[in-house]
Every structure is written in C-alpha cells, then in structure tokens.
Design a protein around this ligand. Structure first.
Ligand SMILES: Cc1cc2nc3c(=O)[nH]c(=O)nc-3n(C[C@H](O)[C@H](O)[C@H](O)COP(=O)(O)OP(=O)(O)OC[C@H]3O[C@@H](n4cnc5c(N)ncnc54)[C@H](O)[C@@H]3O)c2cc1C
Length: 426
C-alpha cells in the first residue's frame, strides 16, 4: 500500500540517536521501487529534499529531512530465492529476515552487522562493520549487485565496474535510493565456539588481537574496553564457526579465556540480551551520542588511551563500551568508506548515558575532541557517528575520492535532493 501523510509542520521525526529531530513536509511509505520513483518525482517537482528511511538506527538525524519528504523503504522487504552463492533482497529487509531465510540452507552473508534489526539498504550505504570484518571487510564489500533509483528517478541495476555501484556503497544515500541488494552467501556452519578473553591491560589485549589477526585463527574477532566497578576491563570477543567436533585454538593468549558453545543463530543474535536489558531499564530510548572511527594500528594504544582518559565510566553508562576491533590491511575495499592504510582498528565510543539532553549535547562536543585526536593520529571517521562535519571536513574526509564522489552526485542527483541528513553536499 502507498501511504502519504502530510504533516502540516506538526509532527517531528526522530531516530535511535534522539539527538536530532526534524519536521518533514510529509512521510511516505514505499512497498515497490515504482513508488520510490514516484516519490522522487514528487520531491523534485516540489523542490523538496528526500530522505530514505530504513530502520532509523542512525544516531544524528541522517534519515530525516527538515521540510522534506521522508521515504520509509521498509515495505520493500522481500527476500528472494536462496541459491548456493547469493540472495537478492529488498533494501528495506532486516538482516534478521535475511538470516532467517539463509541459515536453514546452511548459508549466510560473509559479513553481518552485530545488530540484526538494521535494514540491508541502510547498512550498505554506510558500509557495515561486523564480527568478521577483520577478515572479510564490510557488508558493502560483499554485495554483488544493487538496484538503485537515482535522484533523476532512473532505475539502474549496477554491479562491479559501474560508477553508481561504487558511489552507492558507502555513499551515505547521496546518489540514489537503494531498492534491492544481491548479497554474496558463504557456508554457515551450524555451531559456534564463542571466546571471551579478559585482559589486565589494553596493551595485552591489542597484542593478542594482532596475533590472532596475523594467524587468521578466529572466524569472528572483535575487542572492547568495558567499564567495571574495578576500572577498565579490556576483552577480546571472538568465535570459531564449527561443524561437529572442534579443536579450540586458544594457546598463547595473555588473558583469561571463557568458551561457550552456541548455535550460529545465537552468535548472530548476541546483542539481544543487551537490548532486552536496556529496554527493561528504559534506557533503549535515551540519547546515543556515539562516535565511530578507524585508527591505524601504530596509533591504536595511544588513541584508545586518550579516549579512556577523556571518558569517565559514567559517560559510557553501565552497558557502554569502547570498541577496539582489528581489521586486516586490504579487507575494506568499498572506495567511499575511508580507512587508514595498513592494518587498522574500528575504534567506537558506544555510550548508553542517561536521558538528559544537555548531557547528550555535551557528549557530542566530546566526540569532536576525540575525533580530532583520531584524525591527528591518521585515523578516519565511520560516518554513522553523532558528529556534525563542515563541508571542508567532509572534503578532507574523502580526500582524493571527493572529486569522483561529487561527480557521481552531480550525475545521479543533479538537483541535490537526496539524503540531506549527512550534509555532505550542502
Ligand atoms: C543498536 C545499533 C547497532 C548497530 N550496529 C552496527 C554494526 O554492527 N555495524 C555497523 O556498521 N553499524 C552499526 N550500527 C550503525 C548502523 O549501521 C547505521 O546507523 C545504519 O545506517 C542504520 O541502518 P538503518 O536501516 O537503521 O538506516 P537508517 O538509519 O534508516 O538510514 C541510515 C542512512 O541511510 C539512508 N538510507 C536508508 N535506507 C536507504 C536506502 N535504501 N537507500 C539509500 N539510502 C538509505 C538514510 O537516509 C540515512 O542517511 C548500529 C546502530 C545501532 C543503533
């Protein structure tokens, strides 16, 4: 069904961040690409910006449009036939729907985000970091084909070598509304051996993450520093996907290892207990002033040390964490997702603070300080952050990719109506 609600300036939209709230002109829901074409034609004719909206798990107004059209694409959610190497899904499908279809066939995308209730389209346009990124790159590196409705209303099917394919993946919705995504699939063993390794120091944790990465030992490999009543606790969290009996490869690690056997499905749903706890405490709907970055390997201990020095545990909240996850050189291949050269780390400050909006604003200001620490160390931003950037900062962020990105924007969205929330092209 095709629904349009004209809001007359009375309804504001929100997102998971609860930091930015915009009043759109209207909200539309599309259940078919033709309705995306129609919405874009309407917005162009009316001279309005248009923001596609997936699961709205952005944290800084990225899927909102002040005075514009918000286009809910979660109705375009069909999951197609699962074949041994691929599945084509509507961009509004959740990752949960994808794995519900593929796991029974013993298959899964090589990279999935940690949280399954994001949409496929909303993830592909930012990149998508997950537990296997250290080895297989981003979600967007494992996409075979896209169907995109451009800002001119053209429906384009594109794959590797097509300029729209490279501008849409990681392109923050600046060149088109993704309507369909063909995902690569790989064998998905039924069981997982999950490893949680606790460390006394960040240095020990990072040393082991380097070794595990170099030896390519674990299928899943992520790390974090957690706030505890006794101070910071660095942990590595990983897994081996297994069929039948399995020899754990944990010798030589410098921390205390806890091993759990679980189903592959449970491994993929590992954030569910956190979500349930936050919902129970009424904290799921609090502001989320998150900062997400990539830091070169040589600087990671120094940068994370500075982040921890600037982060009293109460700023993170009981369930917050500073993610420090290694990524192999060359794993990230999506041109518009900017990462440092060589082996690097996803370094994310994931805060679950209280409900106070002034406190949330203060933490967005802290994000700027920490971002500058990251950039001075040769790091880059993962743009899903709660951090406004100026036009000059976006240009610096994209560096030698900026000219090509701007040319793609001019070609595929000449009126500049799409996805104003990222403010890349003002
Ligand atoms: C609890 C939680 C867990 C998360 N876990 C991860 C994680 O593990 N890995 C990771 O990389 N990120 C993670 N994120 C960040 C998340 O990937 C991004 O914020 C993502 O963009 C959200 O997807 P969404 O479906 O909610 O999209 P939305 O927030 O609705 O949209 C995101 C952006 O993409 C645009 N957009 C949405 N759909 C389309 C489309 N079909 N075509 C073009 N543009 C579109 C929107 O306009 C907006 O600018 C997490 C966020 C939260 C809140």
């Amino acid at each position: 069904m095709w629904t349009v609600s004209h809001l007359g300036g009375t309804v504001r939209t929100e997102d998971f961040g609860h930091l930015v709230s915009r009043t759109p002109h209207s909200v539309r829901r599309a259940e078919h690409p033709a309705q995306v074409v129609e919405a874009i034609a309407f917005a162009r004719a009316a001279g309005l910006p248009l923001a596609p909206r997936g699961a709205a798990h952005s944290v800084y107004g990225r899927s909102q449009a002040e005075g514009g059209v918000v286009l809910d694409v979660t109705g375009i959610a069909a999951v197609g036939e699962v074949t041994p190497d691929r599945v084509t899904v509507g961009a509004g499908a959740s990752w949960r729907a994808v794995v519900e279809a593929t796991l029974p066939a013993g298959l899964a995308p090589p990279v999935l985000p940690d949280y399954l209730d994001l949409t496929v389209g909303g993830t592909v346009v930012v990149g998508g970091v997950g537990g296997t990124t250290h080895r297989h790159g981003l979600v967007s590196d494992n996409v075979l084909e896209l169907e995109v409705v451009t800002g001119t209303g053209d429906v384009v099917v594109c794959g590797p070598g097509h300029p729209l394919f490279d501008a849409a993946r990681g392109g923050l919705g600046q060149v088109g509304v993704v309507t369909s995504v063909t995902l690569a699939l790989a064998p998905a063993p039924p069981q997982a051996r999950r490893y949680v390794v606790e460390y006394r120091t960040l240095e020990d944790m990072v040393a082991d993450s380097r070794a595990l990465l170099a030896e390519n030992r674990w299928d899943y490999l992520q790390g974090a520093v957690l706030p505890t009543p006794d101070g910071w606790r660095p942990v590595l969290e990983g897994a081996a996907l297994v069929t039948g009996t399995h020899q754990d490869v944990i010798e030589g690690l410098n921390g205390v290892v806890e091993i759990t056997t679980m189903s592959h499905r449970e491994l993929l749903s590992r954030l569910e207990p956190l979500e349930a706890a936050l919902r129970e405490l009424g904290q799921w709907d609090n502001p989320h002033p998150w900062l997400t970055t990539f830091v070169p390997d040589a600087a990671v201990e120094d940068v994370v040390g500075k982040i921890l020095d600037r982060t009293p545990p109460e700023d993170l909240g009981k369930f917050g964490r500073v993610v420090v996850s290694p990524i192999a050189e060359g794993a990230v291949r999506t041109p518009l997702v900017r990462v440092p050269e060589g082996h690097h780390h996803a370094v994310n400050v994931l805060r679950f603070p209280g409900a106070d909006p002034d406190e949330a604003e203060r933490l967005v200001a802290v994000n700027r300080e920490l971002y500058e620490v990251v950039v001075r160390a040769g790091g880059t931003l993962y743009p899903v952050s709660a951090l406004p950037l100026s036009a000059a900062e976006w240009a610096a962020h994209y560096g030698d990719a900026m000219a090509g990105f701007a040319a793609a924007r001019a070609e595929f969205d000449p009126d500049g109506i799409l996805t104003p929330g990222y403010e890349v092209f003002r």
